[in-house]
Design a protein around this ligand. Structure first.
Ligand SMILES: Cc1cc2nc3c(=O)[nH]c(=O)nc-3n(C[C@H](O)[C@H](O)[C@H](O)COP(=O)(O)OP(=O)(O)OC[C@H]3O[C@@H](n4cnc5c(N)ncnc54)[C@H](O)[C@@H]3O)c2cc1C
Length: 556
């Protein structure tokens, strides 16, 4: 009896194998900056595709454990993390995944360096990037707050390259009353005589509960309702003896994905806390945290897509059907090429955000770019997260039945990707944030200037046609907004608007990259990527609705 054994997909050095990442870095970074970071990226690419990936497959069935009691009846609420998480913590600190943008060795390029590293590391980390994102967000939020005492206490630890000294941070915002509408927060804050505070309440989703500190929201007495009545607090999870700081981990959530991330329901029973800023506007004070974590969400979305595609491409070379390898079958190739175009569009949008963040932190940003950053933060997060779920799902299908089998390690990617559109703001909530909060008109004007700059001066006929598509869609968005100004209509269509903006932006960035390839005489497949991206929907707006009245009737 002859038994066929299929060769599994394999991964190589994730930096060397990623032609698109390398081309992007050549385009964006001065040669001396790239030369000084390339060795580290190359090593991290090898670790991600080698040691960490192997450990991830080996460690597949392990999950974090909550140990609530010790042998003598003491409540300890200790969490044991997996082997991969322990190793990922060391790699993350040593490679400076948080440190890089705070060391600022490369000025405004430091964020690009950091997030290129995050992009390589993330898919092999079992979402250890969750605590890293919150730690980066906490460091930035504390710095913006100007609270010298807390900055001196926590930022050196959050940004340390020493795995023993380094801390991570949580962000405790969501309560059972609502994660989108955190203005409904019930946690109370009582001021003590020495100006410290005690917090009482229950946080409903607190990820990476192994962190040493957290930023959280609570309502001081007399604070009034809504987000403006909340204050932002700094909490250390344990005291100097290692005992929990008035906290109880009630249980770990039993989740669809991100199962290696211990996400707890947390009871605050007089938790000692420090006020970070003033006693009001906590939701506004914690915003720098959200800007940073949304950038992490965008980059990790792209990283998951790239990983799923890398595995699918490897498998396509190994697997045979109808007398050929899958990589020779025109329709399979077409399917994966569509995925490649989506990944590149998502990559460029996520890194547009990263680039602007870096400029802002280096003080090298004008008002127009600031408005662009304000619009891009929610748009990049929501569009890339949706793409991640769709792209990873397509890649799973590219394995046939093997993609559905747990011990290939593939289903894990799809389950983990599904969190990306939920946490750090759902698609709907971010669409409303992009289009209804602050000053969207200024953001949209800045977008017009940016997209025109991306597509101007194209020298190739196909690119010129695609450029026209970008400009036509931009006009359509502007015209739609002029003729559908009514609040209910705008709210109901906000997701289609935000997705249209995001996808048009991606197409424009693909055109800009393709034109750079042509102008710099590089082996050019950028035109094919832009053209392929444009075969998928870009403009999702309908001139005649849908009206919210019709939608309500449909569900009635
Ligand atoms: C694995 C995981 C880990 C998490 N970790 C953390 C953490 O560490 N810290 C933390 O603070 N939170 C965390 N969260 C919580 C997460 O941020 C929230 O679940 C999320 O913000 C949504 O809030 P919610 O669950 O209360 O849903 P809701 O706010 O109840 O939303 C339900 C639905 O209603 C929609 N919706 C809400 N408002 C509107 C509107 N105005 N218009 C249209 N649609 C609307 C939403 O889009 C969503 O689809 C985590 C969640 C998960 C799944």
């Amino acid at each position: 009896m002859s038994i066929f054994i299929q060769s599994p997909p394999s991964l190589g050095n994730q930096y060397r194998d990623d032609r698109f990442l390398r081309a992007y870095l050549v385009r964006k970074l001065p040669a001396e900056v790239l030369a000084s970071i390339e060795g580290q990226l190359d090593e991290l690419g090898a670790t991600a595709g080698g040691e960490l990936y192997e450990l991830q497959l080996e460690d597949r069935l392990n999950e974090p454990r909550l140990i609530q009691w010790d042998a003598w009846g003491n409540r300890i609420d200790r969490i044991e993390i997996t082997k991969l998480w322990q190793r990922a913590a060391e790699v993350a600190a040593r490679d400076g995944l948080i440190a890089i943008p705070y060391e600022r060795a490369h000025g405004r390029y430091s964020r690009i360096h950091q997030f290129a590293s995050v992009y390589l590391f993330h898919p092999s980390s079992d979402v250890y990037t969750c605590p890293l994102a919150m730690s980066d967000g906490a460091a930035r939020t504390l710095i913006v707050s100007g609270n010298r005492g807390l900055i001196d206490r926590a930022v050196p630890r959050l940004t340390s390259r020493d795995p023993v000294f380094a801390w991570t941070s949580g962000q405790w915002m969501t309560e059972a009353t609502g994660g989108s509408d955190v203005g409904t927060t019930l946690t109370r804050a009582e001021r003590l005589a020495d100006d410290r505070w005690r917090l009482y309440g229950k946080k409903w989703f607190t990820s990476a509960i192994t962190s040493q500190m957290a930023l959280t929201l609570a309502r001081p007495e007399g604070g009034g309702p809504g987000g403006s009545g909340l204050a932002m607090f700094y909490v250390e999870t344990r005291d100097e003896n290692g005992s929990l700081n008035g906290l109880k981990v009630e249980r770990l959530k039993d989740k669809l994905g991100t199962r290696k991330v211990p996400t707890a329901e947390l009871l605050l029973e007089g938790t000692l806390a420090h006020l970070v800023g003033d006693t009001r506007n906590g939701t506004r004070h914690i915003e720098p945290m959200l800007v940073v974590t949304r950038a992490w969400n965008s980059v990790t979305s792209v990283a998951f897509m790239r990983r799923a595609l890398a595995l699918a491409l490897s498998y396509a070379r190994e697997r045979r059907a109808f007398g050929a390898s899958l990589s020779e079958l025109p329709l399979h190739v077409d399917t994966l090429a569509g995925v490649e175009a989506e990944v590149r569009g998502a990559f460029l949008l996520a890194f547009e955000l990263v680039e602007l963040m870096g400029r802002q932190e280096a003080g090298d940003i004008d008002d127009e770019q600031r408005a662009l950053l304000r619009l891009l933060t929610p748009v990049a997060k929501l569009v890339t997260a949706k793409q991640a779920v769709a792209v990873v799902s397509e890649c799973i299908e590219a394995f046939g039945g093997a993609g559905y089998v747990e011990d290939t390690g593939l289903p894990l990617i799809l389950r983990d990707a599904q969190v990306l559109p939920i946490w750090e703001g759902t698609t709907n909530v971010l669409s409303l944030d992009a289009l209804l909060r602050g000053d969207p008109a200024t953001g949209l004007a800045a977008l017009g200037t940016r997209l025109e700059a991306c597509v101007q001066g194209v020298t190739e006929a196909r690119l010129a046609r695609l450029a026209k598509r970008v400009l036509d869609t931009l006009s359509h968005v502007q015209e739609w907004l002029r003729s559908h100004g009514e609040a209910q209509m705008l709210q109901a269509n906000a997701r289609r608007l935000a997705m249209t903006i995001g996808r048009t932006w991606q197409l424009a960035l693909l055109i800009e990259h393709a034109q750079w390839e042509i102008a710099s005489n590089r082996a050019a497949d950028g035109v094919a990527a832009a053209a392929r991206f444009a075969t998928m929907p870009v403009d999702l707006l309908a001139n005649d609705g849908p009206h919210p009245r019709d939608s309500a009737a449909l569900l009635d």
